[in-house]
Design a protein around this ligand. Structure first.
Ligand SMILES: [Fe+2]
Length: 201
């Protein structure tokens, strides 16, 4: 893909620098509240360089497509650790409450993503404990067992970062309110390679 403005190269360098810092943060703090909070703050810093993430390079799926959101992979180590994605949504995207089995951070860029947080309830379900609207300049950070759900109404672009790539997370649980059961999360949104230039959803 042509890159007349050089923004793809510059973005790659900025992302690589952020991920190097995030590896160092995890090594220093471990998988702790302080550690994931520091990772969130580093990604907020990366997202503040708005020129590096032009909207036309991260289009959401078109109206006629079945899916309403997709992921652009921005970083992932050779061993699949430290995965960073840009999630582009055209709206009306929701997930049930779920865990990640690795640490997870969501940072806003464009639009709003409501995050609801839960504890497991005594009857085997979930009870909401908190919520946060992720938008530009803000983010949320979760430990592997933390539960959240996401709710996106309008178009949005957000950064999602995980301790291990999504396609390796095959034991994520979600709560199915219709049946009152916990089940394994198998469907991962379309992931598009974006580490070396960008492709459309
Ligand atoms: Fe999640």
């Amino acid at each position: 893909m042509t890159d007349p403005s050089g923004v793809t190269t510059e973005r790659g360098e900025a992302v690589a620098a952020a991920m190097a810092d995030i590896r160092a943060i995890e090594a220093e703090h471990g998988v702790t509240r302080a550690g994931v909070g520091a990772i969130r703050d580093r990604l907020i810093e990366l997202s503040g360089n708005r020129r590096l993430f032009p909207a036309e390079q991260f289009p959401a799926p078109a109206e006629e497509e079945r899916i309403r959101s997709c992921l652009y992979r921005l970083a992932q180590d050779d061993d699949d650790r430290f995965a960073l994605y840009a999630q582009s949504s055209r709206g009306s995207v929701e997930t049930p409450p779920h865990n990640h089995t690795t640490w997870a951070v969501v940072v806003g860029f464009e639009g709003q993503e409501l995050n609801r947080f839960y504890d497991r309830s005594a009857d085997g379900g979930v009870e909401q404990t908190d919520q946060h609207v992720v938008e530009a300049g803000t983010g949320v950070a979760m430990l592997p067992d933390d539960l959240h759900s996401i709710h996106i109404e309008g178009p949005a672009l957000n950064f999602h970062c995980y301790g291990l790539a999504l396609e390796r997370l095959d034991e994520r649980e979600f709560y199915d309110a219709a049946t009152g059961q916990w089940r394994i999360f198998t469907n991962v949104s379309d992931i598009r390679e974006a580490r070396h230039g960008l492709q459309h959803c």
